[in-house]
Design a protein around this ligand. Structure first.
Ligand SMILES: Nc1ncnc2c1ncn2[C@@H]1O[C@H](COP(=O)(O)OP(=O)(O)OP(=O)(O)O)[C@@H](O)[C@H]1O
Length: 251
């Protein structure tokens, strides 16, 4: 049986309650380039955690490492999700174990309608939200169900990418720059939906350059700088700490 190790002695951890997702001493490389340099953090069930930091700090690399993609290579460390060792898994196995990655480029499949993109996500178990429930969450997608996915606006494509992740039975939603390139009014709409998804019990890790918007949504924030964690605490603490914001987030 898989059991989660006790990471509670780790000094970087903001809390000692048992975590849903634990990243322990994770080191990630692109070839010879040493990017994520031994990070530790916990995410609790139902939380939204914002992963913040300047360009090139290692946010996307951290997210991709958790999702067990082939690149970067995680050369050391452990990643546990709900008592299961993700660090021993392929990306496919990690997805089946409950990780739902929404990559920055959204990966909408050309030639397929909105509905077909969602149906494809449900071609094999574990199946998550029903397509009708996803249309209730994103009415714009319901209205455009017969439209080819890649012809949607940027905001609608982001909604489709999130909906596709929820179409599978996931435990953690990993969002890479969901607000990038979107008008504030669309960001508002996506933020509202992410709040609703949280109310349904979802756990979310959000990588975002738009730190102000991410902090409005998140319960907690982890700030990375050159591949190391420099802050792990509440979103409210970041908003109240001018020095921290200026030094690492330029806000
Ligand atoms: N495929 C890759 N091969 C080599 N180096 C990479 C690769 N992808 C990213 N890097 C490098 O890894 C470092 C961290 O990149 P990462 O994308 O994780 O940063 P980030 O914090 O997400 O910032 P950004 O918002 O700019 O993407 C950067 O120095 C980047 O140049």
């Amino acid at each position: 049986m898989n059991v989660r190790p006790d990471f509670s002695k780790n000094a970087n951890m903001a809390e000692t309650a048992p975590a849903f997702l634990s990243v322990w001493d994770m080191h990630s490389y692109y070839g010879e380039s040493y990017i994520v340099q031994g990070i530790n953090f916990n995410v609790h069930e139902g939380e939204i955690v914002a992963l913040l930091g300047r360009n090139g700090a290692g946010k996307t690399t951290t997210l991709r490492s958790i999702a067990r993609l082939n690149s970067p290579q995680v050369q050391r460390g452990e990643i546990w999700l709900d008592h299961k060792p993700l660090h021993t898994m392929s990306s496919y196995e990690a997805a089946t174990a409950g990780l739902g990655l929404v990559p920055e480029d959204r990966r909408i499949i050309p030639g397929l309608t909105v509905e077909e993109n969602l149906q494809l996500a449900q071609i094999a178990p574990p199946i998550g939200w029903s397509i009708e429930r996803l249309y209730d969450l994103f009415p714009r997608l319901g209205e455009r169900r017969k439209q080819e996915g890649v012809t949607l606006s940027g905001g609608e494509q982001q909604m489709l990418a999130i909906a596709r992740a929820l179409a599978r039975d996931i435990k953690v939603l990993l969002l890479d720059e969901p607000y990038e390139g979107l008008a504030p009014v669309i960001v508002d709409e996506i933020e509202k939906t992410l709040r609703h998804i949280k109310e349904q019990g979802m756990t979310t890790i959000l990588v975002e350059q738009n730190a102000v918007r991410a902090l409005q949504l998140a319960d907690r924030a982890i700030i990375l700088d050159t591949g190391s964690i420099v802050f792990d605490g509440t979103a409210a603490e970041v908003l109240g700490n001018e020095e921290l914001r200026a030094e690492y987030l330029a806000i």
